[in-house]
Write a protein that binds this ligand. Structure first.
Ligand SMILES: [Zn+2]
Length: 243
């Protein structure tokens, strides 16, 4: 059975991913700016700060949609290019089928998920501050420590923004590859890793293995396909039916 070799490597900071990381970091920076605008040594300011962060999440929606749509368009373009290389040696019929794969619904779902994830950045920051404040009120001895933890919210949000951007760019690519592969009758793929020292052992063990699309493996207690797990840089190399 022929396999789709991905001609475009997926280094950690490929173009779309790097741009998505930069965009989402801006949200984290804005969260930090908003938190810094309040004197968090006074627990009384927390409800107002929470309100400001929730309003920011809401106002963010159109920007989140445009930013995520751009990332998805770029990733989709790369996936199409990968398929064009493969289908160049295949029948016209299969080429047409790939072109007509119903990726619209896949892209719409991915977009809605991205908007929620981007909005979750200020919302999770608000929740984190709220939780720390409750903790602080019940245990006065740790007050200064908890204030420092509240101030660390910007950094925590930034790390979360990085993880979302990396994970989601790769996951979008993986999901789109799957949609096109399954459309032409592919039952599974070969798991490929980035083949460097950063690949975690559980993913390294998957390298070169055949995985069915309908049976995503469970690795380190998370279920998902190559490239669709948190911070995963692996990718699926579809196995497609002989024509
Ligand atoms: Zn991986």
């Amino acid at each position: 059975m022929p396999r789709l070799k991905r001609p475009i490597a997926r280094p950690v900071f490929s173009g779309p991913e790097r741009r998505y990381v930069i965009s989402l970091r801006k949200v984290a920076d804005q969260v930090l700016t908003l938190v810094r605008g309040f004197d968090v040594t006074d627990p009384g300011v927390v409800p107002r700060l929470r309100n400001v962060l929730e309003k920011y999440a809401l106002a963010l929606e159109p920007w989140a949609e445009a930013t995520a749509a751009r990332m998805l368009a770029e990733v989709n373009q790369k996936d199409r290019q990968s398929w064009q290389v493969l289908t160049a040696q295949m029948s016209r019929q299969l080429r047409n089928e790939i072109d007509q794969a119903p990726t619209g619904q896949t892209l719409r779902s991915l977009l809605a998920e991205q908007v929620q994830l981007i909005k979750s950045l200020p919302l999770e920051a608000a929740q984190r501050i709220q939780d720390l404040t409750v903790e602080r009120l019940s245990d006065s001895r740790r007050s200064s420590e908890l204030v420092a933890e509240i101030m660390r919210t910007g950094e925590v949000t930034r790390n979360r923004a990085n993880t979302i951007a990396r994970t989601e760019t790769s996951r979008a690519a993986s999901v789109l590859t799957q949609a096109r592969a399954q459309h032409i009758g592919s039952e599974g793929y070969i798991w490929r890793t980035a083949e460097d020292s950063d690949v975690r052992p559980s993913h390294r063990r998957m390298n070169g293995r055949f995985v069915r699309w309908d049976q995503p493996p469970k690795l380190d207690n998370l279920t998902g396909h190559a490239g669709a797990l948190p911070n995963c840089r692996c990718y699926p190399e579809p196995v497609i039916p002989e024509t």
